[in-house]
Design a protein around this ligand. Structure first.
Ligand SMILES: NC(=O)c1ccc[n+]([C@@H]2O[C@H](COP(=O)([O-])OP(=O)(O)OC[C@H]3O[C@@H](n4cnc5c(N)ncnc54)[C@H](OP(=O)(O)O)[C@@H]3O)[C@@H](O)[C@H]2O)c1
Length: 304
């Protein structure tokens, strides 16, 4: 005799009825269809709870959608996949790739040593990830994350990035990268250097002011009270919009930090560098509100 204790009450009642040998006529329509009603109710509950897909507008390439987030569409005609290419797959690259796969994107990784050295990461990320050369990752990406040590920025392949949004995470550490006079004297910025190297790409500075571990730990769904804000800088409004939508899908809001000429506002040793998100090396970090990030950007001083 089935017990009505524990489990789903409705299911227990249904089991008792089924085990009783009572005929459909005696128990009526609801009893016969009870299990199906329960299954359909669960299905509707799951569908209703499923977040709407978000959308990323790739400049000149129409709307592309995938993953979960606000402001999306469920129109199958509009649904498609967004592929994120990576030139560099180290601390920042692999962290962004993990967030991207979690959000439903495809990722194409690359580094300097060759795709065979990225197999562990690809295995961890699963079927939405693959590794290839930098040129092929650049060609494959709808949006491409350039995340190499600054000293290597001239190796980034220009031709396959023509017309594409390139997110520049790079920071300048002279002890690591060598001395760049134009950065020392403040006549240029890291974002401008990459833009000059990729004249036909749409460079947007982003991800550069947050420690990669905080990037991982502070990602939150849209609408969360403790969602953090990341600044972006760039000269192309459509590219900034695409990056804003991408960041939204990854778990962050954005604030416009101005053109590439002003990306010194988030460079190393400014108030907006790491500080809004907590202390470098200390997890889990602290969520950074738009007000906090705006104040930090406003307090920054140019290099020279
Ligand atoms: N770490 C952070 O928390 C953080 C935060 C914000 C911004 N950033 C900045 O973001 C950039 C990347 O930082 P990271 O910490 O991720 O560095 P990382 O862990 O050292 O990774 C660098 C990646 O770039 C690849 N790479 C190096 N030279 C290359 C080349 N010529 N062509 C293609 N790929 C190349 C490396 O591949 P191989 O290993 O095969 O050489 C590696 O995958 C730096 O400019 C850094 O300052 C870092």
């Amino acid at each position: 005799m089935p017990s009505s204790k524990g489990g789903t009450p409705g299911r227990a009642r249904t089991a008792m009825r089924c085990g009783s040998g009572a005929s459909p006529t005696r128990l009526g329509w609801e009893s016969v269809h009870g299990p199906w009603l329960w299954v359909m109710a669960r299905f509707c509950h799951i569908v209703a709870k499923r977040p709407t897909p978000w959308r990323v507008r790739i400049p000149d390439r129409g709307v592309r959608c995938t993953g979960n987030g606000p402001g999306g569409t469920s129109d199958p005609q509009e649904l498609g996949m967004t592929t994120i290419g990576f030139i560099g797959s180290g601390n920042i690259g692999s962290t962004v790739a993990r967030l991207a796969v979690a959000a439903g994107h495809d990722v194409v990784l690359s580094n300097s040593r060759g795709p065979q050295t990225l197999q562990d990461l690809v295995s961890e990320l699963g079927p939405k990830a693959r590794a290839t050369t930098p040129a092929e990752a650049a060609a494959a990406g709808d949006i491409v994350v350039v995340t190499v040590p600054l000293r290597a920025y001239r190796d980034v392949p220009a031709e396959p990035l023509a017309g594409k949004v390139a997110i520049d995470t790079n920071n300048y550490y002279p002890e690591r990268d060598g001395v760049f006079d134009e950065l020392e004297d403040g006549s240029s910025t890291t974002g401008e250097l990459l833009q000059k190297h990729l004249p036909q790409a749409r460079v947007v500075k982003g991800f550069n002011n947050i420690w990669f571990e905080h990037l991982r730990s502070l990602a939150r769904p849209a609408g969360s009270a403790d969602r953090s804000v990341l600044p972006i800088a760039g000269d192309d409004a459509a590219a900034k919009q695409a990056v804003t939508e991408l960041f939204d899908s990854l778990g962050f809001d954005t604030v416009d930090a101005g053109p590439l000429a002003e990306n010194w506002r988030t460079q190393v040793d400014t108030p907006a560098y790491v500080n809004p998100y907590g202390t470098y090396g200390v997890l889990p970090g602290t969520p950074a509100s738009i007000q906090l990030v705006r104040e930090a950007l406003a307090a920054a001083k140019p290099a020279a």
